[in-house]
Write a protein that binds this ligand. Structure first.
Ligand SMILES: NC(=O)c1ccc[n+]([C@@H]2O[C@H](COP(=O)([O-])OP(=O)(O)OC[C@H]3O[C@@H](n4cnc5c(N)ncnc54)[C@H](O)[C@@H]3O)[C@@H](O)[C@H]2O)c1
Length: 506
């Protein structure tokens, strides 16, 4: 069977659209910008380079450990963050990450551990721990670090079980240390603009000229993550994790260790791995939690029987569902909003985006800037030009024909023949709505997707802020974890389930 090797492009983080690697060139290019030029964007910005330094450790040196290092490079270069140590039981990954970091950052010396408890015992000046391990380790490691008096930035998904996620919230409450979860869209200025100015708050108010949601009454949301078929992750045969270490960590073999996200004991599969980000948006944008869920899905492709697209390798046999289609119902201001989410792992068609729809406009967004449109319904009560002048929206440069979902049709022009028979332009087919007016969100994120979220966490740690100053405090992430993991129960029971509001409380 063909497998992807670590540290090759094919093994890139599966849930980050495009994470540039920390090449010497890109890192040094940022270095040459220098500390003085560093400005931190919206969603957690430092007004100026801080005088204090946060001593951190990174636990889990895989793809997301790398993404975190890349995302914090400006903070490292301007001295706000110092990476003291890294931990990973896989010596190969540990050395790879630590060596690259030491080569790139002048004077850096990273202490290396294969065990977090040893790291915590020895690194006395440590302030915070960044956790990028497989999901099932998030709770024990978060709790261990919080109880050792460290702040924690833990990757999403919080955990593969609701019980463990609940323990994380309790550990934070008991220790009073800061704990942020890595739903990074919550710190992205584009998504903040969407929430604050376009969609507005759950009460219908928004920080724009009209003071109201530009979407009017929000009725639906849709999000999807379509990913191509991928071979299982491999490993360099000369550098496996020793069998006794694998056993201690609960893995049967290296294949499980590398492809942990598809085994129920270690991860939550596609709906949790990819869906976590986008389902989190439903809760965050709508300012609440769902009242019901209906879901279908299954492990239909990665069944260990059929062939991979190369026609030569047998598909791996995973445990988690490889496709899930779910509908959540929310109650927003007394009215039902339905949110549909699909995650498919057998096609990359139309890829990744989120869409919020109302009776006056719809908006399409993703971490990738190509999805960035606001489509105004023709009957909308707001004036697009006015909002462009106010800087809330941007006029779309040129044609929008490439936007498959809302493109104006060529037969919309004045048509002599149709005019003679009494059909007005734009009403050629009475069953189809007129094309909507297209605008863009004017915000651009000129940083890596995780950077503003990490900046928000670092700022809160350095400035002694509280849990409510974090953009994704662990208690909010818990609500998302409950929302996402309920899919599994809904699929298994094949019926609509009603959420009890107490499920979201700790
Ligand atoms: N926020 C995002 O956009 C994003 C993107 C990708 C992954 N993630 C999350 O990051 C986490 C890691 O994912 P990944 O893609 O880097 O996985 P990965 O398999 O590439 O890396 C996991 C790393 O953890 C190490 N590890 C395993 N057991 C460990 C232990 N006991 N202690 C310390 N390290 C251990 C592995 O050796 C490996 O180096 C997951 O929770 C994932 O959901 C988040």
């Amino acid at each position: 069977m063909t497998v992807a090797d670590p540290h090759s492009t094919s093994s890139a983080s599966p849930d980050t659209a495009a994470t540039p690697s920390l090449s010497r060139r890109t890192f040094l290019r940022s270095a040459s910008v220098g500390a003085a030029a560093v400005t931190f964007g919206a969603g957690g910005a430092f007004a100026q380079a801080p005088s204090k330094q946060l001593n951190i450790a990174i636990v889990g040196c895989g793809e997301q450990g790398l993404a975190q290092i890349n995302a914090m490079r400006e903070l490292v270069l301007n001295g706000s963050v110092r990476v003291l140590a890294m931990a990973d039981p896989w010596q190969f990954n540990l050395d790879y990450r630590a060596n690259s970091f030491e080569k790139l950052v002048k004077g850096a010396k990273v202490n290396r551990y294969t065990d977090l408890s040893e790291l915590l015992a020895k690194e006395e000046s440590l302030d915070a721990v960044f956790i990028a391990t497989p999901d099932y380790l998030h709770e024990p490691y978060t709790t261990m670090a919080l109880k050792a008096g460290k702040h924690v930035y833990c990757e999403k998904m919080m955990s593969n079980t609701v019980e463990a996620a609940r323990k994380m919230v309790i550990s934070q409450q008991e220790t009073g240390k800061l704990c942020q979860v890595g739903h990074q869209r919550r710190s992205n200025p584009r998504y903040l603009r969407l929430r604050d100015e376009i969609i507005g708050k759950a009460d219908g108010t928004a920080k724009n000229l009209t003071g109201k949601s530009l979407l009017g009454e929000i009725t639906h949301a849709y999000a999807q993550w379509n990913r191509e078929v991928k071979p299982p992750l491999g490993f360099p045969k000369k550098f496996p994790v020793p069998p006794e270490v694998l056993t201690t960590l609960g893995y049967e073999n290296m294949e499980q260790f590398r492809n942990w996200r598809f085994y129920k004991k270690f991860g939550g599969g596609a709906i949790s791995d990819l869906g976590a980000h986008q389902i989190d948006l439903f809760n965050w944008m709508l300012g609440g939690t769902p009242v019901s869920i209906t879901a279908t899905g299954g492990r239909d492709y990665y069944d260990g029987k059929g062939m991979m697209p190369d026609g030569q390798s047998v598909r791996p046999a995973y445990e988690t569902d490889d496709n899930v289609i779910v509908t959540y119902e929310y109650n927003v201001n007394g009215r039902t909003v339905r949110c549909i989410y699909t995650v498919l792992t057998t096609t990359s068609s139309q890829a990744i985006y989120e869409k919020f729809m109302g009776d006056q406009a719809s908006v399409v967004i993703s971490e990738d800037l190509k999805n960035n449109q606001v489509y105004r319904e023709n009957n909308a009560l707001w004036d697009g030009q006015q909002l462009v002048e106010a800087g809330t929206l941007a006029a779309i440069p040129g044609s929008v024909h490439h936007k498959f979902w809302e493109s104006p049709k060529p037969w919309w022009q004045e048509d002599k023949w149709l005019t003679k028979v009494g059909v007005k332009a734009g009403a050629v087919d009475a069953r189809e709505s007129k094309a909507t007016g297209a605008y863009e969100l004017p915000e651009v994120l000129n940083k890596l997707p995780h950077t503003p979220h990490i900046e928000n966490f670092v700022k809160c740690c350095l400035e002694g802020k509280s849990q409510t100053d974090l953009n994704c405090p662990v208690a909010d992430a818990y609500k998302t974890c409950v929302t996402v993991l309920k899919c599994n129960q809904a699929i298994a029971e094949k019926k609509t389930l009603i959420f009890d509001p107490s499920e979201f409380a700790v």
